[in-house]
Ligand binder design. Structure first.
Ligand SMILES: [Zn+2]
Ligand SMILES: [Zn+2]
Length: 136
């Protein structure tokens, strides 16, 4: 597991106190976090700094965003070696009971045949059901 400092260095993002705190929080969570989740967890951190940090992280491919249909964009740390290329895209799992969203890093999307000269940039693949905790 990479540390916050290592990840920021690899992705060439300047290390600041806010960035380190936000990234540490995201790494400590098993589920994807919405902006509100992060704000609630980091009450002493300025909200607009958190938002700006997420935008920077997304641009630098430290994290990826997920539209899970809940109406709130969620964020999760990219896997080691991820460049957010089509080959790095994976399914997400949304639990309809606890409303948590998980990255299924091992379930990559199938090769989608697009018409000539079409280029895939994003795929919004969310499967829904009950997570292990809610399925007990
Ligand atoms: Zn659940
Ligand atoms: Zn993911």
């Amino acid at each position: 597991m990479q540390t916050e400092e290592e990840i920021l260095k690899i992705k060439k993002v300047k290390n600041t106190a806010v960035r380190t705190v936000v990234l540490r929080h995201l790494l400590s969570q098993e589920k994807a976090q919405s902006l509100k989740d992060i704000e609630n967890a980091l009450v002493y951190t300025d909200r607009s700094s958190i938002f700006r940090t997420l935008k920077t992280f997304e641009k630098k491919k430290v994290i990826h965003s997920i539209e899970d249909g809940s109406g709130m964009t969620k964020y999760a740390v990219c896997a080691e070696g991820c460049n957010c290329d089509p080959k790095d895209l994976h399914y997400h799992f949304y639990c309809t009971n606890c409303e948590k969203t998980f990255c299924l890093f091992d379930v990559t999307i199938p090769n989608i045949q697009l018409p000539n000269n079409f280029k895939l940039q994003q795929a919004n693949l969310v499967v829904k059901g009950l997570c292990d905790n809610c399925n007990k």
